[in-house]
Design a protein around this ligand. Structure first.
Ligand code: HH2
Length: 261
């Protein structure tokens, strides 16, 4: 899944694809590089981000969804029912839902749905994340949402960096197999995230490529069915290498929509 943020303020690619033509060209480039899905978002959910109003979010995403949908599976990354509905009408077929609350919208449209775990809201989620047992709590939350969704195609995502410390993120990655064991296809997004900067001595977002590819490969090897990434070409190369080596348990697996090749 290639990331396409049509925003001025996303943490790593903010402002680069605000112009619809530039966004569409970048989406098509990711398809040429091997992305199976392009994830279009019009509101940053980075820690501390300000919310965007519906009209502005629609203005950003709809032309891009419309132009890409004939070429690739498009997911809409939003927390708003109105935006998800309009994007599905414009050709998106997957709702990437960091709020894990839009199952009814996906169900009504016969679309797929990604339920992601987040503790709190983006504005304040990194202030003091706390869990007794992060893996068990995230797993229980996702299974409860997924099993009550009434949607045919449900993905679960631990929400790396969403109300989680470095230790929480690493525990979730180390125990990804427990999410895979639920039987729901697992999506994982580590790409360029802040915890990778901390693990690599303070690397800025643009300098987190190796860490992003390594953690994506790790997730696939643990059985994740899809990874959400900014750098599609090197991630596809790593996923193919794993597949050839027989190590990517989930790549090309459950859900029918995912698989990194
Ligand atoms: N991470 C981000 C946004 N959407 N969706 C899913 N399912 N999983 C994720 O881990 C995830 C997500 C945050 O990354 P990004 O889109 O690069 O930044 P921003 O929120 O600043 O636009």
């Amino acid at each position: 899944m290639g990331v396409l943020n049509v925003t001025p303020d996303s943490f790593s690619d903010g402002g680069r694809w605000l112009d619809a033509d530039a966004a569409v060209a970048h989406g098509l480039r990711m398809v040429a590089e091997g992305a199976d899905v392009v994830d279009v978002g019009g509101e940053s959910t980075r820690p501390g981000a300000d919310p965007v109003d519906v009209d502005e979010e629609l203005r950003r995403v709809l032309p891009v969804v419309d132009a890409l949908a004939p070429h690739v599976r498009v997911s809409i990354d939003t927390r708003k029912a109105e935006v998800a509905e309009a994007a599905l009408e414009a050709g998106a077929t997957l709702v990437n839902d960091v709020s894990a609350s839009l199952a009814p919208v996906a169900a009504a449209a016969g679309a797929g749905w990604v339920a992601m775990h987040m503790q709190g809201v983006p504005r304040s989620m990194q202030v003091a994340p706390a869990y007794d047992d992060v893996v068990a709590e995230v797993r229980a939350f996702l299974v409860e949402r997924a099993s009550s969704a009434g949607v045919g195609e449900v993905w679960i995502d631990p929400g790396i960096g969403f109300g989680k410390t470095l230790g929480h993120n690493l525990a979730l990655l180390a125990h990804l197999g427990e999410l895979v064991a639920t039987g729901y296809p697992v999506l994982v997004g580590t790409s360029r995230k802040a915890f990778l900067g901390r693990l690599t001595g303070g690397a800025e977002a643009d300098d987190r490529l190796e860490a992003s590819v390594a953690t994506a490969a790790w997730a696939l090897a643990q059985g994740a069915a899809m990874v959400r990434v900014h750098d599609v070409a090197p991630t596809v190369a790593a996923a193919r290498l794993l597949g050839d080596a027989g190590g990517a348990g989930g790549a090309g697996g459950a859900g029918g929509a995912g698989g990194a090749g």
